[in-house]
Design a protein around this ligand. Structure first.
Ligand SMILES: [Cu+2]
Length: 123
């Protein structure tokens, strides 16, 4: 009798864990409204290399590095003091918040890869 009660209790507990980790998260993500912008890192160029975004809100850039050369291993956003390691084949999210409108360059550490984040006012 006691064992049955314990098992029923742990099933409820497991159910709560499943709900919390797998079922409740997608809703939270949807409500945040921030969709990642995918940026391919290959052949010496970021694609797209020119990205227009609205100013004043968080931007998620999802870097997909295919180029295995060391040149591509880091991306730097000097205006935001942000740098990130980009493992080959593993999508890496970088969050930046362009508070004001402007053009913000992002590069590899040797400035061979170059991209621009263009934050626009309004809407
Ligand atoms: Cu480089």
């Amino acid at each position: 009798m006691n064992i049955v009660a314990v098992n029923a209790g742990s099933l409820v507990f497991i159910g709560l864990i499943v709900w919390w980790f797998w079922l409740s998260r997608p809703r939270a993500r949807r409500e945040s409204g921030v969709k990642p912008i995918e940026v391919l890192v290959d052949n010496g160029v970021y694609t797209p290399a020119r990205i227009e975004v609205p100013a004043g809100r968080p931007i998620i850039l999802r870097f997909l590095r295919k180029d295995a050369s060391p040149c591509a291993e880091k991306v730097l956003f000097n205006d935001f003091n942000i740098s990130a390691d980009l493992p080959v084949g593993k999508p890496t999210d970088v969050v930046v918040i362009p508070k004001e409108p402007g053009e913000f360059e992002f590069t590899c550490q040797m400035h061979m890869y170059r991209g621009q984040l263009i934050a626009k006012a309004g809407s």
